[in-house]
Each structure stands twice: as structure tokens, then as C-alpha cells.
Design a protein around this ligand. Structure first.
Ligand SMILES: Cc1cc2nc3c(=O)[nH]c(=O)nc-3n(C[C@H](O)[C@H](O)[C@H](O)COP(=O)(O)OP(=O)(O)OC[C@H]3O[C@@H](n4cnc5c(N)ncnc54)[C@H](O)[C@@H]3O)c2cc1C
Length: 442
């Protein structure tokens, strides 16, 4: 048990926390970064425990690559991230292999986005619908699609459920999309290179691992007392809370006084996306070798929600290791988290779909590795997401407003890069700047 006084306590050493810590350290503030886990990085987790192979267990891609400050930073600083574009392949797959391109299904589905915007424009009385409802309206009102096309298109249109980790009846039609802003880029050399670069200005002795925060008390003299599970106490002028939305929803940290209503509503009004990854390694490559990514569509509202399969073989050490990873949403990932040994059996239909030779069985993997972001007490979900009927811009603005000297950062607190690791970085920079500017006024 110890007690310490610093200018700023930062709760969480993910990208948001470490960026805030770096900027404040550079500006001369004394800081303490309190991290519950025994490792740094949070949902940026590059696992290098297997020689030349890298497993990105959290974020993999630079999304929004035309407007991604982390990609820009890596390129400006010549970091050894080995950036590589990583595009979806030409086909969409289901359990029987590629969908029939001659039916023009992709083209039929392409009308949906514009249809949905026009629908909300012409029905101002409808504040939101579920993705399932708007898909049903699209397929029933669209007079130029054949019945066969409508049935298939209904499945293809489930694809936006993937980042939401949920079924279409639980996904907002209006707010589920994020601007694409550029193709996906993979840092083949490892996302941790960027994290370590951002962390450079932070002194090692300012970071405390295995230090889970349990309460944050705003004192009457404008200081904050932060208490940890280890019994330590930190007093500071500001605290920046970067724990994920799932952790906030679980009330894992007690705030005293309680957070004001706009902030507690913000916590309620964002959703949590349950996602995970499963890596499979094989002796042979049985899928189309040159395709970067495969999109799989499952059944409507069923267990086999859409999945993305990444051709990890192309990126994990000069094609020496046949392997794939699959991004899996809530229904299957919760079963896999409960029992990782069932991952191959559960995901076999997804792997079978992308076989080059549909007559040859998928071989048993030589190794399987799966994530547990949804049951891990330091995440309790993968990323934030919109809830039906709530524009996430509202809760995000409340997080950005904060509660005087109790500040919030993280992927759930920012619009530019919402849900993404570069958004987390931007939010850390925002909060450091708030404190630096606020102090200069005193
Ligand atoms: C499977 C998966 C795939 C993803 N893919 C991508 C992708 O390809 N591209 C992309 O841009 N983004 C992706 N993301 C999202 C991205 O990883 C996150 O947006 C980003 O890493 C979040 O950073 P953060 O700092 O907001 O939160 P975190 O990284 O979660 O940091 C919060 C920290 O707080 C700590 N903490 C929690 N509770 C406590 C407590 N009580 N006391 C002290 N510390 C605590 C946690 O351990 C953690 O280290 C993915 C996420 C997941 C899970």
C-alpha cells in the first residue's frame, strides 16, 4: 500500500492512455499510468511469442487509411511496419463456396446504402430502424429485383452486422456505418511498433502494470483520489479514464460523486460490439492463395453471422506459414471463448466455403489461437457501437466534455476514428491538450 501525488493519473495503457501520457510527459507534467493487466497495449496486442509469426490479437488494420494519423506517423517516421494494402477479394462466399456472380448479387445489393438514406430522408418521422427492418423494406419495395435475387441479397446485406458483432435485428440501420475513407492497410511488421513509438516519451517508472483502478473520488479541493485494487492511492489534479465502454458499463470503477446524468447516459447509450479472432494454422494452403481477404455470409439471424477471413499466410513471414484468421461475431465467439477447443468444429463451415477444391475436406489445423475480449474483465466486449435510435455523436460529445478534472479518452469517446485505434490515439491527444491548455489558464 502506497500513496503518491502526480499532476495527472491515466487509467489504462492502451493507445488512448499511452498517447495522453506521452503528450503530457513531453509537456513536463508528472504522470502515473495505471494499467490493470500485466502487459501494455490493451486492445492493441501483437503476440510475438512464436518466432517470425505475428498474431495481432486485437487491431490488425489501419482503417480509414486516407485519414489515419497513425499510418501517417508510421510513414513520416519510417517505422518498420511494412504497410501493405489488404483488400477484400472479388467474391462473397457462403457454406457452398462463392456466390454465383452471374446473378449480379453484388450489384443488386449496391443499391441498398442509397435506398436507406433516401428512405430516412423521405420518412422524417422514422428516427431509426433495425438493419433487419430496413433490409426487409428494401427487398419488399424494390420492384426490379427477382425473388431469387431478393433472397440472396438479404443475406449479403447482413455484412454490416460484422463490425457490430450482432444480428441485424439488433443493429441500427441509420448509424451502423462508418466512413470508409480509404482502403485497409496492414502493418505487416506489427502494430506494436507504432505503440512503442508513441510510448517513447513516457518514463518506464511512470507506468504501473497489474494496477487495476477501483474508484475515482473527486475531492472538494479540486484534486482527485484514485484507488487501486492493490490498495494504492494516487492523488492528482486530473484523471484521464481510458477503460473500454464495456468496463464502464459494468461499473468496475466507482465514481464519487456519481457521474453526472449526461455522462452516465452516454455510457448507457453506446452499445458494445462482441467480436473476436481465431487464428488457424495448417500444413497446406487450401484456399485461393493470392486473395487478401474473403467475406463470408452466413444465415439470417443465425449462428453463422457474416465473417471476414484474412489470408494471414500472405502476411505472416514471407509465405512460410499457411494460416488464416477469422473475425467472428457474438454468437460464435462467445461459444469459442467458453470453450476454445471447439473453434475448429464451429468455424469449419466458414473454412470449407473458401476451399479451392470443394471436394477435398479441410485439413485439421496444426495450431489454433483464439481471443477472449468479451469475457476479459479489462474489456468486456471488443469495441463500442451505435445503439438503435441513438446517434453515437451524442454520447461521444458527452465523453469529450468530461466531468471537470475527470476526463475520458478511448475509442468510444471520439467521432473521427470512432471504434478504431487511430480514434483512440486522437482522443488521448485531445485530453492531453485539454489539460495542457487548462493549466496554462491558471
Ligand atoms: C478483435 C479486435 C479487432 C480489432 N481490429 C481493429 C482494426 O483492425 N483496426 C482498428 O483501427 N481497430 C481495431 N480494433 C479496435 C482497436 O483495437 C481499439 O479501438 C483500440 O485498441 C482501443 O484503444 P483504447 O486505448 O481506447 O482502449 P484499450 O486498448 O482497451 O485500453 C484500455 C486499457 O485500460 C485497461 N483497463 C481496463 N480496466 C481497467 C481498470 N479498472 N484499471 C486499470 N486499467 C484498466 C485495459 O487493460 C486496457 O489496457 C479491434 C479491436 C478488437 C478487440
Amino acid at each position: 500500500m502506497s500513496s503518491k501525488s502526480v499532476d495527472v493519473v491515466i487509467v489504462g495503457a492502451g493507445m488512448a492512455g499511452i498517447k495522453a501520457a506521452a503528450d503530457l510527459s513531453q509537456a513536463g507534467f508528472s504522470i502515473a499510468v495505471l494499467e490493470g493487466r500485466d502487459r501494455l497495449g490493451g486492445r492493441l496486442h501483437t503476440d510475438r511469442t512464436s518466432g517470425s509469426k505475428l498474431y495481432e490479437l486485437g487491431c490488425s488494420w489501419f482503417h480509414q487509411s486516407l485519414d489515419n494519423p497513425l499510418l501517417k506517423l508510421a510513414l513520416d517516421e519510417n517505422l518498420e511496419i511494412k504497410p501493405q494494402y489488404d483488400d477484400n477479394g472479388p467474391g462473397i462466399y457462403d457454406a457452398d463456396g462463392p456466390l454465383d456472380g452471374s446473378k449480379k448479387l453484388g450489384q443488386a445489393a449496391a443499391d441498398f446504402g442509397d435506398f436507406a438514406s433516401l428512405y430516412f430522408k423521405s420518412h422524417p418521422e422514422v428516427s431509426d430502424l433495425s438493419l433487419k427492418e430496413i433490409i426487409d423494406i428494401f427487398t419488399s419495395e424494390h420492384r426490379l429485383l427477382s425473388d431469387a435475387q431478393k433472397a440472396e441479397v438479404k443475406r449479403i446485406l447482413q455484412i454490416p452486422t460484422l463490425p457490430n458483432g450482432s444480428v441485424a435485428s439488433d443493429v441500427s440501420a441509420k448509424y451502423n456505418g462508418l466512413p470508409a475513407l480509404g482502403r485497409d492497410v496492414l502493418p505487416v511488421g506489427g502494430y506494436d511498433i507504432i505503440y512503442n513509438h508513441v510510448k517513447k516519451p513516457v518514463g518506464d517508472s511512470d507506468i504501473h502494470l497489474n494496477t487495476a483502478v477501483t474508484s475515482i473520488i473527486k475531492e472538494s479541493n479540486n484534486t482527485v483520489t484514485v484507488a487501486t485494487e492493490n490498495g494504492d492511492k494516487y492523488t492528482s489534479k486530473y484523471v484521464i479514464v481510458t477503460v473500454p465502454i464495456g468496463v464502464l458499463k459494468a461499473n468496475a470503477i466507482q465514481f464519487s460523486p456519481a457521474l453526472p446524468a449526461p455522462l452516465s447516459s452516454a455510457i448507457d447509450n453506446l452499445g458494445v460490439s462482441e467480436l473476436g479472432k481465431v487464428y488457424f494454422e495448417f500444413d497446406t494452403v487450401f484456399w485461393p492463395e493470392t486473395v487478401d481477404k474473403f467475406v463470408y455470409v452466413g444465415d439470417i439471424e443465425g449462428e453463422y453471422a457474416p465473417a471476414v477471413i484474412s489470408n494471414w499466410y500472405l502476411f505472416n513471414g514471407e509465405k512460410k506459414h499457411p494460416g488464416l484468421f477469422v473475425i467472428v461475431s457474438s454468437k460464435l465467439i462467445s461459444k469459442i471463448e467458453a470453450n476454445p477447443s471447439c473453434a475448429f468444429d464451429l468455424l469449419k463451415p466458414v473454412l470449407e466455403a473458401i476451399r479451392v477444391d470443394q471436394a477435398t475436406p479441410v485439413p485439421a489445423p496444426t495450431r489454433t489461437k483464439s481471443t477472449n475480449w468479451n469475457s476479459d474483465r479489462f474489456t468486456l466486449g471488443a469495441i463500442s457501437r451505435a445503439k438503435i435510435g441513438t446517434d453515437p455523436a451524442g454520447p461521444i460529445a458527452e465523453f469529450a466534455n468530461g466531468f471537470d478534472n475527470v476526463r475520458f479518452a478511448g475509442e468510444h469517446t471520439i467521432l473521427d476514428g470512432f471504434t478504431f485505434v487511430h480514434g483512440a490515439w486522437r482522443s488521448g491527444a485531445r485530453e492531453a491538450k485539454y489539460i495542457i491548455d487548462d493549466q496554462s489558464k491558471i
